[in-house]
Ligand binder design. Structure first.
Ligand code: FMN
Length: 324
């Protein structure tokens, strides 16, 4: 029986256990998106006993920036400071992946000075032209290449929480009538183009996709659609699917208090693919996390807010489970 503390071999790496720190924005970068010592300390403090750490969403283009002190990966001058972060975390024995993102219509115009873009027009955003969509997938690929040059063990493409790629995949935000909208196949076209181009740059390093698996809305993305998407992500070379919610966000109010609230979706995704799956959502107790792994629901457990609250959560979990 597999346990939370069992190691996992993937892409030439040994992840020492199944505990993952999911990407969580800190607002600790510089205004230009460069890494600070404060940000490195934040991650090094939490990384010591993890299996894998995923760094918060970094913006691939200035027009896709969400918040003032967000980490950036939009220019190669950022590589040296990112290298300090990746090597700092790796020195603790934990592989580290960088999440890349474009906020789409959620980008902050006050910060970027540019009218936001999206799959379809909104009150604040304009619709992307087809030639711009193609250029944007190159932008993601370029960011991934810089991320790998900055020493990360892999890249996670952010496809959840209502940001640009999710604005294409969800029927709630995509009203296009061309080849990028309408049918499921069309809505997935842009996210899959991004993944294929990113894969070429990532090479033999890890490629993760954060999947907005469920919009929790009868008119939104349904789990059967996400299962089809997951199969395509596997075919496109994704190594791990990190299952979260979609347009509903990462911590929907109505699910708070439920431990493991996105695990049912992750379990459904895992059933149809052969690559590992990360499950997340309100996980607090090591024994609960261990049980989820033992029962074969998911391959990895992401613990977010608990690790923010207690940097030693993983160390304490290991001590506790070793006593069992
Ligand atoms: C402060 C904060 C920042 C977050 N930033 C990101 C992010 O940058 N990228 C992302 O995919 N999810 C982000 N999330 C969502 C978390 O990765 C995670 O999915 C969510 O918090 C649920 O897990 P938890 O209940 O263990 O905290 C963030 C969550 C929090 C609380």
């Amino acid at each position: 029986m597999t346990r939370l503390l069992d190691s996992f071999e993937i892409g030439g790496l040994t992840l020492r256990n199944r505990i993952v720190m999911p990407p969580m924005h800190t607002g600790r970068a510089t205004i230009e998106g460069a890494i600070t010592d404060d940000l490195i300390n934040h991650y090094v403090l939490r990384s010591k006993a993890l299996g894998l750490l995923i760094i918060e969403h970094s913006y691939v283009a200035v027009e896709g920036k969400l918040s003032e002190k967000q980490v950036g990966i939009y220019d190669k001058h950022l590589i040296p400071s990112l290298l300090k972060l990746s090597s700092g975390v790796q020195a603790t024995g934990t592989p580290v992946v960088l999440q890349i993102n474009h906020a789409g219509s959620k980008a902050n115009r006050d910060i970027t000075g540019i009218k936001p873009i999206s799959s379809s027009p909104t009150e604040d955003a304009r619709e992307l032209r087809v030639d711009e969509i193609s250029a944007l997938s190159e932008t993601f690929a370029q960011a991934a290449e810089w991320g790998i040059k900055a020493g990360f063990n892999g890249i996670e493409v952010h496809g959840a929480h209502g940001f640009l790629l999710n604005q294409f995949s969800s029927p709630l935000t995509n009203q296009r009538c061309d080849e990028y909208g309408g049918s499921l196949e069309n809505r997935l076209r842009f996210p899959l183009e991004v993944v294929r181009k990113v894969k070429k740059k990532v090479g033999d390093k890890l490629l993760l996709y954060r999947l907005g698996s469920d919009d929790l809305d009868p008119s939104g993305t349904q789990i059967w659609e996400s299962q089809k998407f997951a199969v395509k992500l596997e075919e496109a070379g994704v190594d791990i699917i990190d299952v979260s919610g979609g347009i509903c966000g990462s911590s929907p109010e109505k699910l708070q208090g439920i431990q493991g609230y996105f695990i049912p979706q992750a379990r459904q995704i895992r059933k149809v693919i052969n690559i590992p799956v990360i499950g997340v959502g309100g996980i607090r107790e090591p024994q609960f996390a261990d049980k989820l792994i033992q029962e074969g629901n998911v391959d990895f457990i992401a613990v977010g807010r608990k690790l923010l609250e207690d940097p030693d959560w993983a160390i304490k979990a290991i001590e506790l489970l070793r006593k069992d």
